[in-house]
Design a protein around this ligand. Structure first.
Ligand SMILES: [Ca+2]
Length: 360
């Protein structure tokens, strides 16, 4: 762009008006180009920090935060000062937050989780913990295959709980991720509460860059609300107790209305045959259609949903190697329950398809 303007400058004077016009337009384009670039860069939280910079505990943000922790939750000021002093921003956390894993097409998404090795391992774990799952299914009314699928996806059956210092990640997101700072402020409070109650050193826990931890990858607020003790030692241990981990996942699904042995999804073809279904599909996980309409429009025999529930419409991208396009499924209330664990329909479908693979 700059060299083109240069060429015009050495043209004869009689073209001066054109030259000016072209120069003006080029400059304008250049400015638009530069400002668009800046805007895109500027929207990334990671660009506003340097890695390992200290969080500013003397800022208004932290002052107010400490005040609330003292007033509402009875923490001591000197303890807070001591705990937060020296905490540094982890820039990697911000970079990862701005990557959208779930924007991958489904044909690239599910193979990240569902592999022959994972299916074999899941089946083995189901066998190994058969008696424990008998008890959990009976008490919580949640199918064991779904508990194991979530466990498998969240932490590779407990082998990968995340390598980020959780306290640092939560502080980074509270201090330097404006888009969701309020959310992570609450999670940081919940984290401090759970550490205090369970006698855990806040600096000792590792987790994901997004603040989840343990084998079920609960956020601190989810831990406080849904984690249960199921091995009888009166502690909720989602890092090393199988019983607590499985029962806590079950309890979470139960609290969001899981129906034991209920349908989860149904295939409805490669095309949506009416706008009403297309509109629901466009609404994402919150779109709903009466099951009778779905059955009639798509000409399918569908099992009626549990509890008079409605269906969501999900489109899953198929690999171009197999002709591309989409495969559509109707999501039942149990699938909606899984999206309470993670809001992505792709996540819920990966859980459902892994669970189905365990049953084969
Ligand atoms: Ca326990």
């Amino acid at each position: 762009m700059i060299s083109i303007s240069g060429d015009f400058i050495i043209n004869p004077p009689r073209h001066s008006q054109i030259i000016l016009q072209v120069l003006f337009q080029s400059t304008l384009l250049l400015l638009v180009w530069i400002s668009t670039g800046l805007a895109q860069e500027g929207s990334k939280a990671a660009d506003h920090v340097t890695d390992k910079q200290l969080i500013d505990i003397n800022s208004t943000r932290y002052h107010q935060f400490f005040q609330e922790l003292q007033d509402k939750h009875h923490f001591k000021e000197e303890d807070l000062q001591h705990l937060f002093e020296g905490v540094r921003i982890n820039r990697k956390v911000l970079e990862l937050m701005d990557r959208q894993w779930e924007s991958k097409p489904y044909y690239k998404y599910w193979p990240l989780f569902i592999t022959p090795a994972v299916i074999a391992k899941g089946k083995e774990e189901l066998k190994k913990h058969r008696l424990l799952f008998d008890k959990i299914e009976k008490q919580f009314g949640v199918d064991r295959e779904f508990i194991v699928a979530i466990w498998g996806i969240e932490s590779r059956f407990g082998t990968n709980m995340g390598g980020f210092a959780l306290f640092q990640a939560l502080n980074t997101l509270f201090d330097a991720y404006p888009r969701r700072s309020e959310f992570f402020r609450k999670e940081l409070i919940q984290y401090l509460l759970l550490c205090r109650e369970n006698n855990i050193d806040p600096l000792s826990v590792k987790g994901s860059y997004a603040g989840a931890f343990g084998q079920a990858q609960f956020m601190p607020s989810s831990f406080n609300e849904y984690a249960v003790d199921f091995d009888g030692d009166s502690r909720r241990d989602l890092i090393s107790s199988d019983a607590d981990i499985f029962a806590s996942i079950a309890n979470y699904l139960k609290k969001f209305n899981w129906v034991l042995h209920g349908p989860v999804f149904a295939e409805i073809g490669n095309k949506l045959k009416a706008d009403i279904l297309y509109d629901a599909y466009k609404k994402g996980r919150k779109g709903r259609v009466n099951w009778r309409i779905v059955a009639e429009v798509q000409d399918r025999n569908l099992v009626p949903p549990q509890n008079n529930g409605q269906l969501s419409i999900i489109g899953l991208e198929k690999s171009p190697l197999f002709g591309g396009g989409k495969r559509f499924v109707a999501g039942y209330p149990n699938l909606h329950t899984i999206t309470e664990y993670n809001h992505s329909n792709k996540y819920a479908m990966a859980v459902a398809e892994m669970a189905a693979a365990f049953k084969k």
